[in-house]
Ligand binder design. Structure first.
Ligand code: PLP
Length: 430
């Protein structure tokens, strides 16, 4: 049960709650007698409750980044929490492409794509992404969050059915809800449950949406089985491959390619440019008809400024490197294997993940937080992920690995994990 503070208690918070106003008292002329709840006050109380439950989120400023090394509060920390899986975010070719395009084209795109913001750099990137993923066309969005909202809002109408894995990323869940679809969430990777949910409304237009690689667990969705289910049930499959692109599949084309799914079998493919590609932004790839439909109806595409063309130029350079420098994927896989072998030897609570996301499931939010703090004291930055981002009782250290990590970095991480205090009753460390 969350504890609701009295305003007296709340006033002891670091950032005091706003003063209660009763019936507009103290507001001077124009005060009303309305008993409306005060929105700012309500928000402050919710923040207080989150703090009391040890779930408060805090922002950290990184003063400088250099490969996996991060400087924060004047300290140099070895990071295991970035999604820069191939180590491309500081690659000289990306930086050169960004600078060149900025020199030629300036910084901002100046307008939305459909006005005059769609530049040559965007068109080239879309072409490169479509070719890489084996799709007819691609459409850029400024963020993955917007790509998912826009795609779902364009595809789904009020009352349609949207079936989703329970562990899908928040923006897929938000996308279905904002589109007004009926959202049904099946237990993680449970094909039979997904089938039952689809069959519960056989006449409804239906989208089945899944992460390709699950962002907090690191495992891969059973894509081939989901595609077969969608074909049987006449549902449309949408895959969010934010964490698979660049990492999985032949030439890094992602989890959909690794599962061997064609455009017909997985017609809506979304992925981001801010993770393995080391940039920022996202795209949806699929048939020309899908992309044209998004161009007509996806509001987060239509009503927003196009990403800076220089960023698109950098992402184009990243696609080239991610496709052709397969040694980066091999190095990442070797790093993952080294970590998993070492963690298993230490008896750490590894999850069943083949990807760059290697969480250690600790359960209790406070235990996860204290483990992250202990690692930080030893110079390592690892994020504790707590509810509501993950389910209650499933807090974890979300360790992410990169091709930029060396064997020595991994050994250092393992040493620090081995030194964490054992929770009461546990057999191994952490
Ligand atoms: C699975 C997944 N989809 C979408 C997003 C959102 O992408 P973006 O950061 O580009 O908004 C994220 C994380 O950021 C993610 O993990």
């Amino acid at each position: 049960m969350p504890i609701t503070p009295s305003l007296h208690q709340a006033s002891k918070l670091e950032s005091p709650l706003p003063q209660a106003t009763i019936g507009g008292e103290g507001r001077g002329e124009g005060a009303t007698l309305a008993s409306r709840p005060d929105l700012l006050e309500r928000l402050a109380i919710q923040t207080f409750e989150r703090d009391q439950a040890n779930l408060r989120r805090r922002l950290r400023t990184i003063e400088h980044a250099e490969g996996p090394w991060l400087e924060s509060d004047g300290r140099r920390l070895l990071g295991f929490c970035s999604n820069d899986y191939l180590g491309l975010s500081q690659h000289p070719q990306l930086i050169a492409a960004l600078k060149r395009a900025a020199d030629d084209e300036g910084v901002g795109s100046g307008s939305a794509h459909l006005i005059c913001g769609h530049r040559r750099e965007h068109a080239q990137l879309e072409e490169a992404l479509a070719e890489w993923t084996g799709r007819e066309c691609a459409l850029l969005f400024s963020t993955g969050y917007m790509a998912n909202l826009g795609t779902m809002q364009a595809l789904l109408a009020r009352g349609d059915l949207c079936v989703q894995d329970k562990l899908n990323h928040a923006c897929l869940l938000d996308g279905a809800q904002l589109a007004g679809a009926e959202l049904k969430r099946y237990p993680h990777a449970d094909i039979e449950a997904a089938a039952r949910q689809l069959r519960s409304r056989p006449d409804a237009a239906a989208l089945l949406a899944t992460d390709g690689v699950f962002s907090m667990d690191g495992d891969v969705a059973p894509l081939a089985a989901l595609a077969a289910l969608c074909a049987r049930e006449h549902a449309t499959l949408m895959v969010d491959d934010a964490h698979g692109l660049g990492v999985l599949g032949d030439d890094g084309a992602g989890s959909v390619r690794a599962a061997g799914l064609s455009q017909r079998e997985a017609p809506v493919l979304m992925a981001t440019l801010g993770k393995a590609l080391g940039c920022s932004g996202a795209f949806v790839a699929g048939s020309a008809a899908l992309i044209d439909g998004l161009l007509q109806f996806a509001r987060p595409y239509i009503y927003t400024t196009a990403m800076p063309p220089a960023l698109a130029a950098a992402a184009c350079a990243a696609v080239e490197i991610a496709r052709h420098e397969s040694w980066r994927r091999e190095k990442l896989q070797a790093t993952i294997a080294r970590f998993r072998t070492g963690a298993a030897q230490l008896g750490l609570p590894l999850m069943d993940s083949p990807s760059a996301i290697q969480p250690l499931l600790l359960g209790d939010a406070q235990v996860a937080l204290e483990a992250a703090q202990a690692l930080e004291r030893r110079g390592l930055l690892v994020t504790a992920i707590r509810p509501p981002t993950v389910p209650q009782g499933r807090a974890r250290l979300r360790i992410t690995l990169s091709a930029a990590h060396t064997d020595e970095h991994i050994d250092r991480l393992l040493d620090a994990l081995a030194a964490l205090p054992k929770p009461a009753g546990a057999g191994g460390p952490v």
